[in-house]
Design a protein around this ligand. Structure first.
Ligand code: FES
Length: 131
């Protein structure tokens, strides 16, 4: 054991074993329903955002900003199982919207299996015009 047990604490904090927590490199299923009605299950690494998890779809979720303020990546949550709680920044942005059951795909993180997400818009040249 390292002095003060720092190595074990770091491994546990990073989910690399030692504490029985999830492994960082573990992949879990996330289901996406895209605007064309197609349902696709992808394997996402834990702690990926939904935008990152959607990279293996035919086209990923459309985004509109680099710093999480535009709201362009809104998705409908059909099953929130496996999604982490909104960060304070995401919660603040969601509070400004009248709709319920939505998340910002650039903020929402995968923390376990089972999420089912309805994508409103996938990336295309049209989706980035004017951003
Ligand atoms: S891409 Fe702008 S808030 Fe998500």
């Amino acid at each position: 054991m390292s002095r003060f047990g720092i190595r074990a604490k770091l491994k546990t904090a990073l989910g690399l074993g030692g504490g029985g927590g999830p492994r960082v490199d573990e992949r879990v299923p996330v289901t996406f329903v895209t605007p064309d009605g197609k349902t696709t299950e992808v394997l996402s690494e834990l702690r990926y955002t939904l935008v990152m998890a959607s990279q293996t779809l035919d086209a990923p979720i459309a985004t509109g900003c680099p710093d999480g303020h535009c709201g362009h990546c809104v998705v409908d949550v059909l099953d929130a199982t496996g999604l982490g709680e909104p960060s304070p920044a995401e919660a603040k942005l969601l509070a400004e919207k009248p709709e319920k059951g939505i998340r910002l795909a650039c903020h929402a993180r995968v923390v376990g299996p089972g999420a089912k997400i309805k994508v409103r818009e996938v990336w295309s040249m049209e989706s980035v015009k004017g951003t």
